[in-house]
Design a protein around this ligand. Sequence first.
Ligand code: BGC
Length: 268
Amino acid sequence: MTGAPLSNQRVLITGASSGIGAGMALGFAKAGAAVVVNHFDQGAAADAVVRQILDGGGHAVAAAGDVSNPADVASMFDVADQHFSGVDILIANAGIQKDGAFTDLTLQAWRAALDVDLTGAFLCAQEAVRRFRRQGLDPRRSKALGKVLFTSSVHQVIPWAGHANYAAAKGGVKMLMETMAQELAPEKIRVNAIAPGAIQTPINQAAWGTPEAEANLLKLIPYGRIGQPEDIAAAAIWLASDAADYVVGTTLFVDGGMTLYPCFAHAG
Ligand code: BGC
């Protein structure tokens, strides 16, 4: 696919068997990238994403693994090596919610969210940077030595009652991303994040699954619609491509205006 924004590039996307991750996998393949579709325990769903990419003439392979387990993380990057001879882009996307009122939040639920949403992002990013260095710069693929893109959330800035673990993890992702970006930019490694708002995926089905829930959710979105995985994929493709070569350490909010304090539009 010459002329495509990501031709010759290889991307590993964690949590790519469903939701935003699956949307990015399909989008990145269309943009010319070879895709490693990571999943935790959703082999059939990951295989379906891979099949869709192959049927469309793209390149993809599934790789099982727990992002919070360093050995699993190494093995998913090995899959990229074996199938595509390396990796140019990591999208640290895998995320979970384990919601609960503050005093009901168990240590287990706290750790589960932090393990996947923050420690998992850290482990994958660390492995990616090591691999970028080993591979070296290849200007036929990209101007950068490598790119790391985190899927953060509007909740890296919007406090969220009943979700202290998730919001804390996403706040952590913000500073992880910015610190990495500052530290690694001199090596031509670009680190950025996307902060999605309410995107219609299984993680937030309760927020859009009934007409009442949907109406309530739309009150928080000035642009008047729920986001789709393709909205995130389009932004991620641009951020990962050389068109964004001078974009370093930025969080791109893709949220239909959710971070604009919409409750102040007619009050305050
Ligand atoms: C959460 C969703 C939520 C959205 C907006 C996301 O990070 O995973 O459950 O709908 O933020 O609040």
